[in-house]
Design a binder for this molecule. Structure first.
Ligand code: TYD
Ligand code: MG
Length: 468
């Protein structure tokens, strides 16, 4: 009989420790180590010989493009890279209650009729899922529904001839392999269940969609180990208070990874948002200081969002820096450049930065927009009316060119903007660009400070008065 030993597995990062400890040495999380029993298989060395020689082929040869199953939900298909690939495994992660079950039920309902779909829920009863389907108005779709948690049963259903083409497992944390002693939801179980499901899915050409819940740190609980087992990883993001939901591809073996899909959560489920910029800018107020519109890119699509800053004298010795929707290290860099190179002192001020609408911006091209919002908040001078801003800031306060300037400008023109503050490096000839926007070239951050300073107020930049 194989000897069983116990190990301690971190439920956040999946690293294995021989002894219990309060803190995981690998990821630094506290109280995440859980004892798991492993059946230690006797290690087998490889005996020499016995292998089969590989038949190497040329890099260039006949291939068949993976045929995709289009879900009909445009934003979902976009993130996948044009539909579901048969035999692929997709992980959909997100906070509990963000809408993973809802979107996947809508996806299988959209595919029903053209493909044979099944939905296995380990979290909700059949009645609960039926009720949801009725509320979403998709109850008539031909989707096989089951409430189950045993991987053995699911595998048996996939190994038959009338198996589904597409199966949703909601969620992987509720599934268990009966050969293991660990409880469902532990790293060992999650990993084994996923491995087993992915194995049959690949063998039988079934597209499997796995739901994975996320811890508050942002990693899929336990199964960060899952990320490399699956072909595609999608994250469902959004602020609880906002109705927008963003589906972001972070790994995709069959398509691009930087695409986002934008949805709105309504009482009839998730509705696609065809023009996210219009939605993100819908509550914007004109002519207030501390706000500016960033012309960003998400994948191949331009997305305009409002960046808001509030700079206010701090009552504390250590001023606060709070960021929502952007990288706080990037903010620290922009404020440092403003301080050191442009004589704009933010020390002694609390700085709050917010990307309105719940979108997470990760592009360096947002630097210039962030700087504009900060300076504008400090001086009280609004950013020029109806203008968009983009550009990357370097440590020497130079404003660097960014990619995709043309689609950014086109989108801005389409939404009624008439001016763009952009890196000088891209401006060719100084004439109006596509869409007829007036272009204001910013070559150094000083130009922006000059543009947004209040000529009547000498003390506006703190310690040192700004001198042109
Ligand atoms: P759900 O899909 O159950 O989230 P997850 O599977 O990610 O845990 O989404 C549940 C939330 O969505 C819940 O807070 C209610 C809301 N919701 C709506 O607003 N409208 C709807 O039509 C549905 C089905 C859910
Ligand atoms: Mg759910």
């Amino acid at each position: 009989m194989a000897k069983s030993t116990s190990t301690f597995v971190c439920q956040d990062c999946g690293s294995v420790h021989p002894k219990w400890a309060g803190k995981c040495e690998a990821c630094g999380a506290w109280n995440t180590l859980v004892e798991e029993i492993v059946e230690a298989a006797a290690p087998k060395g490889m005996k020499p010989g016995g292998g089969r020689r590989l038949a190497f082929v040329e890099l260039d040869g006949e291939t068949t493009d993976a045929p995709r199953r289009v879900t009909g939900i445009g934003e979902f298909d976009r993130v996948l890279g044009g539909g579901l690939v048969p035999g692929s495994a997709t992980l959909i992660g997100g906070d509990p209650g963000i809408g993973k079950s809802t979107v996947l039920l809508q996806v299988v309902a959209g595919l029903a009729g053209r493909s044979k779909c099944a939905y296995v829920s380990g979290e909700e009863s059949v009645d609960q899922v039926r009720m949801r389907a009725r509320r979403l108005g998709i109850a008539s779709a031909s989707v096989g529904l089951a409430a189950a948690t045993s991987v053995r049963d699911i595998v048996a259903s996939l190994d038959t001839t009338d198996r589904p083409d597409i199966i949703v497992i909601d969620s992987i944390q509720t599934m268990y392999v009966d050969a293991l002693d660990s409880a469902p939801g532990t790293v060992t179980q999650v990993r084994a269940s996923a491995q087993e499901l992915i194995r049959v899915a690949k063998k039988r050409g079934v597209a499997v969609l796995l739901v994975g819940h996320v811890t508050k740190e942002g990693a899929i609980a336990g199964p960060r180990v899952l990320e490399h087992m699956v072909d595609t990883v999608l994250y469902f993001e959004g602020e609880r208070g906002h109705q927008f939901r963003i589906l972001r591809g972070v790994k995709n073996r069959f398509g691009p990874t930087d695409e986002i899909g934008v949805f709105e959560m309504t009482e009839r489920g998730l509705v696609e948002v065809g023009n996210p910029s219009a939605l993100f800018l819908s509550d914007r107020q004109d002519d207030v200081s501390g706000a500016c519109v960033f012309a960003g890119m998400e994948g191949t699509r331009p997305v305009l969002v409002e960046i808001q800053a509030l700079v206010a004298p701090s009552p504390f010795g250590t001023p606060r820096r709070a960021v929502v929707g952007w990288d706080s290290n990037r903010l620290a860099m922009v404020t440092a450049v403003l301080e050191a190179r442009c004589g704009v002192s933010l020390a002694g001020n609390d700085v709050f930065l917010n990307v309105a609408g719940g979108l997470r911006v990760s592009e360096p091209a947002a630097d210039l927009a962030v700087a504009a919002a900060l300076i504008s908040s400090l001086t009280g001078v609004p950013v020029p009316k109806a203008s968009v801003v983009f550009g990357e800031i370097g440590l020497a306060a130079e404003v660097r060119a960014v990619t995709h300037a043309e689609p950014r400008l086109k989108e801005a023109a389409k939404l009624g903007f008439s001016k763009a503050l952009l890196p000088a490096a891209r401006r060719k000839g100084g004439g109006p660009s596509a869409g007829g926007l007036e272009l204001v070239a910013i070559s150094r951050l000083h130009d922006l400070v000059e543009l947004l300073h209040d000529p009547g107020d000498d003390a506006q930049f703190g310690r040192r008065a700004f001198s042109g």
